[in-house]
Design a protein around this ligand. Structure first.
Ligand code: SGN
Ligand code: CA
Length: 535
């Protein structure tokens, strides 16, 4: 009898214990999943939710349709690895130390994935990171070395390298879906970073898009022939002009044979084209061969202006062609979430590591605090929280992601993170959002593209920028009257009051974020120490 009683009591305790444990697990698994999708150099001008003149991106647009489109999202430092460091740490470049693509990421920084992992999230990263070291805080990662390759890319994993035949955007998605399908722990919430290499230079589309995109012509941007008046010593010397600096071979896929025949010499090589296998090369040549032939015939009749337009069209064809594959693959991931019943409890972000020039100011590339590279696309969906189809014009930054994701996961963010959780905006509680200015600081100079070091402040109405190091130039833009930022009005007496107010505000921001001339000088000294500039 005693024994029966013992078993009954033991059994009841056991049931109670396991059901509590089960409940705890369910609690954890009810926490929202986070899918962070980021492409590399994806301009907002090339997402139809923002602007449908260049390309239709129905899958990326789905995120805005079902969620929120941010029209005033920006980065704090418009270049790849620094942007990723800001996203992971929630700290400005001068604090996390990753000021440029050259210096290594300091892995003693605390990152949000580490905190989510500790809080019971399963974490994974696939695609481009560009840190030079492996990410911390991930249960699984498969990342491209450095910039990675468009064709037959190699991936670094925790257990060694693997090279996969095919096209990088498709493969990055295959790896992501394989993880979701086969290694996701259904008892845990997950945080997935799904990071495309495309549409980064040198813009190589997938074979299925060659034909369609190389036949298209695109509207010319209004500022394609910008003469950089009022910005002679800042925008003027930048080496990212499509006519002068975009190369025929590396960027626009004109062959050595054609260049030789036309007596054109170029320093950049053939880039990703040497990664093709013979079948891929043949498929490429079928479409790009005739483009080469046509160029050979037309080149003799071209002047600077017609060559500029030809280069712009060729650039857009390949750049936008790579985005077609990104959009299709984003669709695959959204479909997977839907088919698996994960949509309801998953927050999905689509963004880019920065914006990009698609011919505005005559440029490609990024780096400047001017609009097209400062602004970054941001679309977020989170069913039952965000009202579908909302547009949000508050000034948000990549600095805000870490604290946002921590709040979504119910984790208290470390005090020294410098962003602001976007959760109030996602919930439509705008009254809880009080930011009226954002801070920016770019460092990588002297370097490729010759964009000078600068920092600045942006409000919705104005942008004040200080270029320093080998110049000492201030610029002011009236964003409402001059959205294309063609007219630097810093010296216009009508704006004297604005300048003085903004300088004060800029100083306050620099204090708040703990940036200073002393730090700028230390980062210059770092370049001297490394021999990147002369002492
Ligand atoms: C490469 C590109 C540059 C680009 C940087 C940074 N040159 O160096 O055009 O600005 O990457 O891009 S290339 O000849 O190698 O293509 S970033 O997105 O990684 O910051
Ligand atoms: Ca980039």
């Amino acid at each position: 009898m005693n024994r029966i009683l013992f078993y009954l009591i033991f059994g009841a305790y056991f049931l109670l214990f396991t059901s509590c444990k089960q409940e705890a697990k369910e609690q954890i698994s009810k926490k929202p999943n986070i899918v962070f999708i980021m492409s590399d150099d994806h301009a907002y001008q090339a997402i139809s939710a923002y602007d449908d003149r260049l390309i239709n991106t129905p899958n990326i647009d789905r995120i805005a349709k079902e969620g929120m489109l941010f029209t005033n999202a920006s980065v704090t430092n418009s270049i790849c690895a620094p942007s990723r460091a800001v996203i992971l740490t929630g700290k400005h470049s001068h604090i996390n130390g990753k000021i440029d693509n050259i210096s290594p990421f300091d892995t003693t920084n605390v990152t949000f994935p580490q905190l989510l992992q500790k809080a019971g999230y399963q974490t994974a990263m696939f695609g481009k990171l560009h840190f030079g070291n492996n990410p911390k805080g991930f249960d699984e990662f498969k990342i491209l070395p450095g910039q990675g390759d468009y064709y037959n890319p190699r991936f670094i994993t925790a257990t060694g390298d693997t090279t996969v035949t095919g096209y990088v955007t498709d493969i990055t998605t295959d790896l992501t879906l394989d993880w979701l399908q086969n290694r996701r722990d259904t008892k845990k919430p997950f945080m997935l970073m799904y990071l495309h290499k495309a549409p980064h230079r040198s813009w190589m589309p997938a074979p299925r898009h060659y034909k369609e995109f190389t036949k298209k012509t695109y509207p010319l941007p209004a500022t394609l022939f910008d003469d950089y008046a009022t910005r002679e010593t800042t925008a003027g010397p930048a080496e990212m002009n499509i006519l002068k600096h975009m190369t025929l071979r590396y960027d626009l896929k004109i062959t050595d044979a054609v260049l030789e025949e036309l007596n054109i010499e170029e320093h950049l090589g053939i880039g990703g084209l040497n990664k093709f296998n013979p079948e891929q090369r043949a498929e490429w040549d079928k479409i790009y061969g005739p483009i080469n032939e046509a160029f050979k015939k037309e080149y003799g009749n071209m002047n600077d202006s017609t060559l500029m337009v030809w280069k712009y069209q060729r650039y857009m064809q390949d750049y936008l062609g790579t985005i077609a594959a990104v959009d299709e693959n984003v669709g695959r991931v959204l479909d997977y979430l839907e088919n698996e019943g994960l949509t309801e409890n998953t927050l999905v972000v689509y963004t880019s590591d920065q914006g990009f020039y698609l011919g505005e100011h005559g440029w490609f590339d990024k780096r400047f605090m001017y609009n097209e590279s400062f602004k970054t696309p941001l679309l977020i969906k989170w069913p039952n929280v965000i009202t579908p189809g909302t547009t949000e014009d508050e000034m948000v930054q990549n600095l805000d992601f870490a604290q946002t994701f921590l709040e979504v996961a119910g984790v208290i963010a470390p005090e020294d993170m410098q962003g602001k959780s976007l959760v109030p905006l996602l919930k439509g509680e705008k009254e809880k959002w009080d930011r009226d200015a954002v801070y920016y600081h770019y460092y990588e100079y002297p370097a490729e593209h010759a964009v000078k070091r600068h920092y600045g402040i942006a409000t919705k109405e104005f942008k004040l920028i200080h270029f320093y190091y080998d110049v000492d130039v201030w610029e002011l833009y009236d964003r409402e009257k001059d959205p294309q930022e063609l007219n630097n009005v810093y010296n216009d007496p009508d704006y004297a009051q604005v300048v003085s107010e903004l300088k004060e505000k800029l100083n306050e921001l620099r204090k708040k974020y703990k940036d200073s001339d002393t730090l700028s000088n230390q980062y210059i000294q770092l370049y001297k120490d490394k021999g990147l500039i002369e002492d």
